[in-house]
Design a protein around this ligand. Sequence first.
Ligand SMILES: *Cc1c(COP(=O)(O)O)cnc(C)c1O
Length: 415
Amino acid sequence: MNAFEYHQGELFCERVPLRKLAAKFGTPLYVYSRNHIVGQFAGLDRAFRQIDHLVCYAVKANSNLAIIGELAKAGAGFDIVSAGELYRVVRAGGEPGKCVFSGVGKTVEEIEYALKLGIYIFNVESEAELRQLDCVARRLKKRAPIAVRVNPGVDPETHHYISTGKEESKFGISIKRALGVYREASRLAGVEIRGVQMHIGSQIVKTQPYVLASRKLLGLVEEVRQLAPATLKTVDLGGGIGIRYKDQTPPTPQQFAAAVLPLVKNVGLRVLLEPGRFIVGNGGVLVTRVIYVKKTPVKTFVITDAAMNDLIRPALYSSYHEIVPVKATKTGKIKADIVGPVCESGDFFAEARAIAAVGEGELLVLKSAGAYGMAMASNYNSRPRPAEVLVNGSRVDLIRRRETLKDLISGEKIS
Ligand SMILES: *Cc1c(COP(=O)(O)O)cnc(C)c1O
């Protein structure tokens, strides 16, 4: 489903013109399509229907309460990486019992909080964390359900900053050492072995890395089962399924399932997935207004009211976002750098890009901004963060109000 389409020369989100939303809520503005997001979840969920499975949405991609809430209603579990994300899931109506907790640096406070709420699985990333989990759980007279995050040593062929499954990565435990960690876990009274897990990277647009990594991961399962025959229940293939930003051709849910199902369907374990970007990435856009068009002898700059603090992906990962006008124009194209007002040379959305010839005051849209957009926004340069709107058919909900100047200093004081 493409939620963002032109009708009579105007860009819509579902049945609502973006122009109207910009007029009502101002810019920069994140706009999300509820039906795209829930549809992505449902598509993946359906592709695995022949086996026991749970799709755990990776909250860090977009942690707005309304989006978590819609996915919770649709039956999703959640992949969380902090106590803050767990708090959000609970406040949005999600079930702690469907949460898997990832991340290399879980603190004692976070472990306590998650144990008290009764989460599904801790994805353990080091021996030190395993011992800490054991210690905290015994103190609380509980057992922490764990999976070891196994680093299968497979190159996901993606951007180096979002590649996590290679040998030299800080994430996970190398497959050679994983069984030893499971042996240690089997001797600890405060932990219970529940699963095996991997997450090899992000924006992976081929199925082959998943196939290679899954084969390696599944090679461990029988030995882990011998250590914990009664409690081993899950195999988690992680997230990372890519989306189309420009000209990529990522697998559809059916293609993804067709590649991995034959490997996992007879293992007798529940299959978990942790997609983030796939669920929300193309379900959101950032609407921005052109403040100035600055022409210099060598370049044209289109200066927008959105900046790197609102959407940092181009600056951080050199990532590509399609940029289109809200009002389709027939006046041809210009070649320009699309930049924000922040005082950093890295503050650009595109360089030497051919875009529709827009003028000052006109609206542009940065597409594919639903994942790692607002979630990574900051107040750098003391810029209030954007508002967020969720569209469902012709219904519009403001799901986060725009920050005010007062919000910027709340929590601070003059000494
Ligand atoms: C970030 C992350 C995900 C989600 O990654 P996407 O590329 O957004 O699908 C899943 N699992 C873990 C452990 C992560 O760190």
